[in-house]
Design a protein around this ligand. Structure first.
Ligand code: NAP
Length: 494
């Protein structure tokens, strides 16, 4: 039977004031998993008002105490890791090992941030005047709107909610409409850990209808968004005129570069994992494979063989390599790109390129892992984010040409290079225009204690994760204490 998922506002699970609901479906078989509150602007206003009212008490709760609550939330998530990973596979499709990884990333972030409760470091520095002390401290911003996508339904919300809370902010959480169940599970863990009423609120419902209020409400101090560049630009346009802080983590068109001297076996494994893991639905998924001429033929042959060997299926079944994509409309969009590749771009379809309809796959949203060859930077396949199990092989003349191709998109999230040449590796680390660079590894697999984010149209200059995340979720305050007993004037000649 379908579960009922309600909003959580002011410490209570409540229906939308409209009484309307929408459904959450299993993309592997179309089964209805939940009826979910379909919120309105009024629900959003209530949630923001509640978060605003709760902020003062939360701000004044000592940060180490907030950290203890976060730590407990981590313990609860760890105890439920397997159960929630299974629910996540049902709700968004990726295979069980990957949903376990999503859970672990959320747990890691929660533990990591809990420790910040005893740090949240500022600076002290000597004054230019005698008998004067000065320091900087981090302060909360107020109410944070956390808007998240469906591809990491637990990890990405923790990247926003946990740093917000540790800093003393309160939160209105708007998860993706495709993954409400995991969002509710995360909120439940926080409540059980002791997050007080009003401090964390969740509203479900279509971003296109209720997102505007979240971005313009006068009591929202920060809009922290992860999702597509298209929606991110819209939100920035709405929230920025009111001088709200906006932090954007958006799309990618990530590349793996394979040089002539690369270990091809390692490169093939890295490419397959990065291109087809999570059915290619990671912001860091590799959708361009830039290959130096000397190994183009051999790498292509090996990749085609390996891609054809991947088994599509329900992510809960053992032996499944690639699960379904998130929904029908995304399935159709991915297939449109195959048509664009063949008809408009005149690229060579090497394998895949079809909606899978064999047996039980017909009931779900399955797309055959797809490889194109002969793709060049000006083609749409070489520029646009597809967000599915489709990747494009792009020939390069030499190292310089490979770097030029890698940097030829508007995005700049993750790039990797396979080569044992230390000189070329270091040049690549310097020359590649992306927020993450991997050497002899795929484009996916970020760890929570270093900054995460992208350059160019992938982001707007902020970084999540690591201590860098605190710069999004806190405001600096500088304090000067003069204990000289005289009026000392800084910068005056006498
Ligand atoms: P999306 O369509 O942009 O949606 C993201 C979130 O924004 C959802 O909660 C959505 O709600 C909401 N939303 C939609 N329209 C809105 C509006 N007008 N105002 C406010 N909120 C609105 O992205 P997605 O399909 O969920 O996720 C895939 C995208 O996320 C890809 O482009 C991927 O690259 C990107 N991504 C980036 C990162 C990163 O760190 N850079 C990480 C993961 C994913 P509804 O679900 O109700 O529409």
């Amino acid at each position: 039977m379908a579960e009922r998922i309600q909003n959580y506002i002011n410490g209570e699970w409540v229906d939308s004031e409209s009484g309307k609901t929408f459904q959450s479906l299993n993309p592997a078989n179309g089964q209805v998993l939940a009826d979910v509150a379909k919120s309105t602007v009024k629900d959003v206003r209530r949630a923001v008002d509640t978060a605003k009212a709760a902020q003062d008490a939360w701000r004044l709760t000592p940060a180490p105490r907030r950290g203890e609550i976060m730590f407990k939330a981590g313990e609860i998530l760890l105890a439920r890791k397997e159960e929630l990973a299974r629910q996540m596979t049902q709700e968004m499709g990726k295979v069980l090992n990957e949903t376990r990884g999503d859970m672990q990333e959320g747990i890691d972030m929660t533990y990591y941030i809990a420790g910040e409760g005893r740090r949240l470091m500022g600076e002290t520095t000597p004054s230019e005047l005698p008998n004067k002390f000065m320091m900087s401290v981090r302060e909360p911003l107020g109410v944070v709107a956390a808007i998240t996508p469906w591809n990491f339904p637990l990890a990405i919300p923790t990247w926003k909610i946990m740093p917000s809370l540790i800093a003393g902010n309160t939160v209105v959480f708007k998860p993706a409409s495709d993954t409400p169940i995991l969002a509710a599970r995360l909120v439940e863990a926080c409540i059980e850990a002791g997050v007080p009423a009003g401090v964390l609120n969740v509203v479900f419902g279509p971003g296109g209808e209720i997102g505007g209020e979240l971005c313009t409400h006068e009591d929202i101090a920060l809009v922290s968004f992860t999702g597509s560049t298209e929606v991110g630009k819209k939100i920035t346009g709405t929230a920025s005129p009111q001088l709200k802080r906006v932090s954007m983590e958006m799309g990618g068109k990530n590349a793996i570069i394979v040089l002539n001297d690369a270990d091809l076996e390692l490169a093939v494994e890295g490419i397959v994992w990065s291109a087809f893991g999570t059915s290619g639905q990671r912001c860091t998924a590799a959708s361009r494979i830039i290959v130096e001429q000397g190994v183009l033929e051999e790498l292509t042959e090996r990749l085609v063989a390996r891609t054809k060997s991947l088994k599509l299926g329900d992510g809960l079944q053992s032996g499944t390599d690639v699960g379904p994509v998130i929904n029908r409309s995304q399935l159709n969009k991915i297939h449109e790109y195959t048509k664009i590749g063949i008809e408009e771009d005149k690229a060579t379809l090497l394998c895949g390129g079809e909606i899978a309809t064999e047996g039980a796959l017909a009931d779900g949203c399955f797309y055959k892992p797809t490889l194109f060859g002969g793709v060049t930077p000006e083609m749409r396949l070489g520029q646009e984010e597809i967000f599915g199990p489709t990747t494009a092989i792009m020939p390069a003349k030499d190292y310089d040409d490979a770097i030029r191709i890698a940097n030829s998109t508007h995005y700049g999230l993750s790039t990797s290079i396979f080569t044992p040449d230390v000189n070329k590796s270091f040049r690549a680390m310097r020359d590649i225009q992306s927020g993450l660079v991997y050497v002899n590894a795929g484009t996916i697999g970020a760890e929570v204690h270093l900054p995460f984010g992208g350059m160019k149209e992938t982001g707007n200059g902020h970084r999540e994760a690591g201590t860098a995340a605190l710069d999004i979720f806190t405001e600096w305050k500088t304090l000067y204490i003069d204990y000289s007993g005289t009026l000392q004037k800084a910068q005056m000649d006498d």
